[in-house]
Ligand binder design. Structure first.
Ligand code: AKB
Length: 310
């Protein structure tokens, strides 16, 4: 049986992924970790920049898989560029090295649509264009993807990766990203509070519903090794929309809900990212297919947030 360590387990994705992994593989086989505060699972406080602390936990639990989610996202990364580079790279190197030296079989590395930058086709962005990211976060993800491939080619370490679009979920809040508005807007709508959007009305970005993002992650990690042909990171698509389209869908339930627009520095980041994604490689190699579109995602979000706030 696999023993799985999740880093960044208290984050937006980590919260939901840890729960799903525990349901699937058994609570006793999952170790959640983060910088502080325990969650409901077996938990270790862990700063992944500390190689020895990571090694201690890997040895203590005889870890066989690491889902390395701890990272600083795009918008926060622009506020603290050098710190972001240090943290995002150091943590990943530590994970790769501990995995290589201590018989960890598989590593999951979350990449992002932030790897793309200006000079790409923004509609149906292909798997392998020139990667010239516009953010430190994006640069760290491109570097991470290449290191993942290096460790696979050189040491046979089975590192697998997805380029996540913006992730939308009711279970947890994002922090410090450019796509965060698409979660915040729902919380405001359900609480009858008007919303000020930091992106302009027409800014189209690729997004994915949390359930699809989690399913994609586990499907990729469970796919037969020979099927994994992309050893940097896979494009995956869920849906694409802009704030105006999302507002319209929310207004089907909350007709008086109002959104105003005040683009800030995140607008420029969003404009360097794709509007939609070509995910044919993921479809071919491990049968990726999203289940949620804009309408079904919004319906589910509103349903769950209404329950939460009642
Ligand atoms: C962000 O906005 O920084 C993240 C991402 C797309 O990687 N949600």
């Amino acid at each position: 049986m696999s023993k799985i360590l999740v880093t960044g387990a208290n984050g937006q994705l980590g919260t939901v992924l840890t729960k799903k992994l525990a349901e699937k593989y058994g609570e006793e086989n999952i170790i959640a970790s983060d910088l502080n505060s325990a969650n409901n699972h077996q938990f270790e406080i862990l700063d992944v920049t500390d190689f020895n602390a990571l090694k201690k936990i890997v040895l203590k639990y005889k870890i066989t898989q690491i889902y390395h989610l701890a990272a600083i996202l795009s918008a926060n990364g622009e506020k603290y560029p050098l710190n972001t580079w240090d943290i995002n790279m150091k943590t990943f190197f530590n994970v790769l090295e501990v995995a290589r030296l201590h018989q960890v079989e598989k590593v999951f590395f979350p990449s992002s649509i932030a790897v793309f930058g200006n000079n790409i086709e923004r509609i149906n962005t292909p798997q392998s264009p020139n990667l010239t990211p516009s953010t430190v976060y994006g640069i760290s993800k491109v570097a991470g993807e290449n290191w993942a491939k290096y460790y696979f080619d050189k040491y046979g370490l089975d590192v697998r990766s997805i380029r996540y679009p913006g992730v939308i979920g009711h279970q947890s809040l994002p922090g410090g990203g450019t796509t965060d508005y698409a979660v915040d807007i729902f919380h405001k709508a359900v609480n009858n509070v008007n919303f000020e959007c930091f992106l302009s009305a027409e800014t189209t970005l690729p997004m994915i519903y949390m359930d699809d993002a989690i399913r994609a992650t586990i499907e990729l990690m469970e796919a037969p090794k020979n099927n994994i042909k992309v050893r940097t990171s896979y494009n995956i698509a869920g849906m694409s929309f802009n704030p105006k389209q999302l507002t319209k869908v929310i207004q089907k339930t909350y007709s008086t809900f109002k959104v105003s627009y005040k683009p800030d520095f995140r607008q420029q980041i969003a404009e360097s990212w794709p509007m939609s994604i070509d995910d044919n490689n993921a479809k071919q190699d491990w049968n990726w297919a999203p289940k949620y579109n804009l309408e079904t995602m919004a319906e589910d979000m509103i349903h769950h947030l209404k329950e939460k706030y009642e």
